[in-house]
Design a protein around this ligand. Structure first.
Ligand code: UDP
Ligand code: MG
Length: 155
């Protein structure tokens, strides 16, 4: 199984969408392996968005991501990185498909409700960036055999 990082951004927290977003992942059959509220600072955001620090919108992105606490989640499942990205939708919410989180709840490229890791390599780095040892739990929900076939679980 993969574990991927989701951040419910200030746009999602402020608009009261946290419950709805968590519920979508739960209903899909993904496992919430870790969850906590955090106030992000410039240092962690410069690391997390290192690929964007030279872009003109970076100061605005920083302000946006520090404008309220966020909720960080470690979300687990078979192929969870790709599944969660697909549920998130493309970056600009106005272009995101209906049925995705950004497509259903957003109108902005920046205020786009959630972050989701974009590759298994980055997922591992990002989960370790936002969660300390012992904050991500390894447990098996009792519903697991209704979510996956034995073959899928053993792959
Ligand atoms: N972003 C922005 N303007 C842009 C591109 C990105 O404000 O033109 C913000 C937006 O909030 C996005 C984040 O920067 O979610 C990270 O950008 P990335 O390209 O990694 O998109 P994502 O992986 O979040 O879809
Ligand atoms: Mg990204």
């Amino acid at each position: 199984m993969q574990t991927t990082l989701v951040i419910i951004k200030p746009s999602g927290v402020q608009r009261g969408l946290a419950g709805e977003i968590i519920s979508r992942f739960e209903k899909k059959g993904l496992i919430i392996a870790g969850a906590k509220m955090m106030q992000l600072d410039e240092a962690i955001l410069r690391e997390h968005y290192a690929h964007l620090v030279d872009r003109p919108f970076f100061p605005s992105l920083l302000r946006s991501m520090m404008s309220s606490p966020v909720i960080v989640m470690a979300v687990r499942g078979v192929d969870a990185v790709g599944v969660v990205r697909a549920m998130t939708g493309v970056t600009n919410s106005r272009n995101a498909a209906p049925g995705t989180i950004r497509g259903d709840f957003g109108m902005s490229g920046q205020e786009n409700i959630v972050h989701a890791s974009d590759s298994p390599e980055n997922a591992a780095i990002e989960v370790a960036r936002f969660f300390k040892e012992g904050e991500v739990f390894d447990y098996t929900p009792c519903t697991i055999t209704s979510i996956y076939s034995p073959d899928e679980l053993n792959a």
